[in-house]
Design a binder for this molecule. Structure first.
Ligand code: CDP
Ligand code: MG
Length: 149
């Protein structure tokens, strides 16, 4: 079982797509381990996107991510990181495959609706940025047994 950090970015919240986005991960079988609405403080956004510091889009991304509330969640499941990245689609919605969140709801790389950790090690780091251990729940859903052989 693996965990990943997903953020519904400010454009997703402002465009009232929160339910639509969660629905896709949930329908696929991923299980919510944590969920909350927050406005990301600038220092936290800078820490989250530290790997991109110095790139042309860094300032704009930090401003965008802190501009309005976001929904942060931890999803759990087998290969949760890769599975959720596939459900999200490519970084640029114009290159994302139809049926992915970014393709179906977006057109612009700077307004691409969702964040998802890119590797299991990244997920561990990012989950700690947004959640205290006590905010994450482990449980079994009634339907979980029907998701595997
Ligand atoms: O989010 P993802 O891991 O797919 O892409 P990234 O390369 O790690 O970039 C992080 C975020 O920066 C993207 O999701 C975009 O919001 C933003 N970005 C941008 O606005 N313009 C770019 N040319 C590249 C990234
Ligand atoms: Mg990334």
């Amino acid at each position: 079982m693996e965990r990943t950090l997903i953020i519904i970015k400010p454009d997703g919240v402002q465009r009232a797509l929160v339910g639509n986005v969660i629905k896709r991960f949930e329908a696929r079988g991923l299980r919510l381990a944590g969920l909350k609405l927050i406005q990301i403080p600038r220092a936290l956004a800078e820490e989250h996107y530290a790997e991109h510091k110095g790139k042309g889009f860094y300032e704009g991304t930090v401003t965008y991510m802190t501009s309005a509330p976001v929904v942060v969640m931890v999803l759990e499941g087998p290969d949760a990181v890769a599975a959720s990245r596939a459900t999200m689609g490519a970084t640029n919605p114009l290159n994302a495959a139809p049926g992915t969140i970014r393709a179906d709801f977006g057109l612009n790389i700077s307004r691409n609706l969702v964040h998802g950790s890119d590797k299991p090690e990244t997920a561990e780091r990012e989950i700690k940025l947004y959640f205290q251990p006590g905010e994450l729940l482990s449980y079994t859903r009634a339907g979980d047994g029907w998701l595997k052989e």
